[in-house]
Design a protein. Structure first.
Length: 331
């Protein structure tokens, strides 16, 4: 029996090259090995305010780019998180089986508190329990994540084990899966910071729908150093190391494999090679994206995905509600 893999992307901005290299491309490859459940985590988007018009466009683009990247609705379940309301219901039940101390230790919350942010929403504080529900409601074997997101799978595992011990075995305890190549692509303007789709004004972020000229300009202005030698040294040359990681990821290989090809180049020549690789990777995806948005494929995909996901999620939720005593009659 094929094992199940689950993942979701929170499209709080335009999807980036980092999203593709670290997640989307892997989803496509995994379709042949696993039963894929892939969702757009739109409830997580509103833990901070989003302009409704912009959010709708981000969601539409995310689904279209999923499909343009090669995700197949016939082989993968693709849906909007908010279309399957069982996520939120299970999220509350799991929140009642989680502790304040666990939420206080979540990295994103700790970072914002350390910066003195005092306008955080309750949704931002409790989102890890909703994320645990997103995962556990489908009993996946694996959850592919970037190394900076591993904590979310770990807390989902903790909550699952606690629930299983308290009520009897209910949830499968999933394993995090971290890709070896392209798991963490950094900003071109600040190679110590992850390339983020939320950085709308950041010239260091390459978006999946950027035109070739825009890509070349952004790569040309990428932060480097005064050493003048193309080496893979993340500590001393983080900008060059990031560009090497991007190049290797675009070519689906390793830094060790590409370094002999570019180690002799000056920085300008090296950046041109990186630009070429990014453009070659993204152009066919962009072409397919424009074909998709002119059809009804998005609406059809999300409707069918909702039905498939809901069939799985509703069974799990009924089982959970019976175990915790919420159901009077077993249906």
């Amino acid at each position: 029996m094929m094992k199940r893999m689950l993942s979701g992307i929170k499209p709080s901005g335009e999807l980036t090259l980092g999203n593709y290299l670290g997640a989307l491309r892997n989803f496509v490859n995994y379709q042949d090995e696993y039963e894929m459940v892939v969702f757009i985590a739109n409830l997580h988007c509103i833990t901070v305010y989003q302009d409704p018009k912009e959010l709708r466009q981000y969601l539409k683009d995310a689904v279209a780019l999923y499909l343009a990247s090669g995700l197949d609705p016939q082989r993968s379940i693709i849906f909007l998180q908010s279309d399957v309301m069982e996520h939120a219901q299970l999220g509350f039940i799991l929140a009642c089986n989680s502790y304040l101390g666990e939420m206080n230790r979540m990295t994103q919350y700790k970072d914002k508190m350390a910066k003195g942010e005092n306008a955080l929403t309750v949704g931002f504080y409790t989102y890890p329990t909703l994320m645990a529900a997103d995962i556990l409601i489908y009993d996946p074997d694996y959850v592919p994540v970037g190394d900076d997101q591993k904590q979310h799978v770990e807390i989902a595992r903790d909550i699952a084990e606690r629930f299983n011990n308290r009520y009897s075995p209910t949830f499968k305890v999933p394993e995090p899966l971290i890709p070896k190549v392209g798991a963490r692509i950094m900003s071109l303007s600040d190679p110590l910071k992850k390339m983020s789709k939320s950085d709308h004004q950041d010239k260091g972020v390459i978006y999946m729908l950027d035109e070739p000229a825009v890509i070349r300009k952004k790569v040309a202005s990428a932060v480097t150093d005064s050493i003048g030698k193309v080496n893979f040294d993340p500590k001393e040359q983080p900008g060059i190391a990031n560009l090497l990681q991007i190049l290797a990821s675009c070519k689906s290989t390793t830094v060790e494999a590409v370094l002999p090809e570019v180690g002799h180049l000056n920085y300008g020549e090296f950046k041109s090679v990186v630009s070429d690789a990014i453009i070659e990777l993204l152009e066919p995806i962009q072409k397919r994206y424009h074909e998709i948005v002119s059809t009804d494929l998005l609406e059809k995909t999300l409707y069918e995905g909702k039905l498939k996901a809901q069939a799985i999620a509703s069974r799990k939720l009924k089982k959970v509600q019976h175990k915790v005593g919420l159901e009077i009659f077993k249906r």
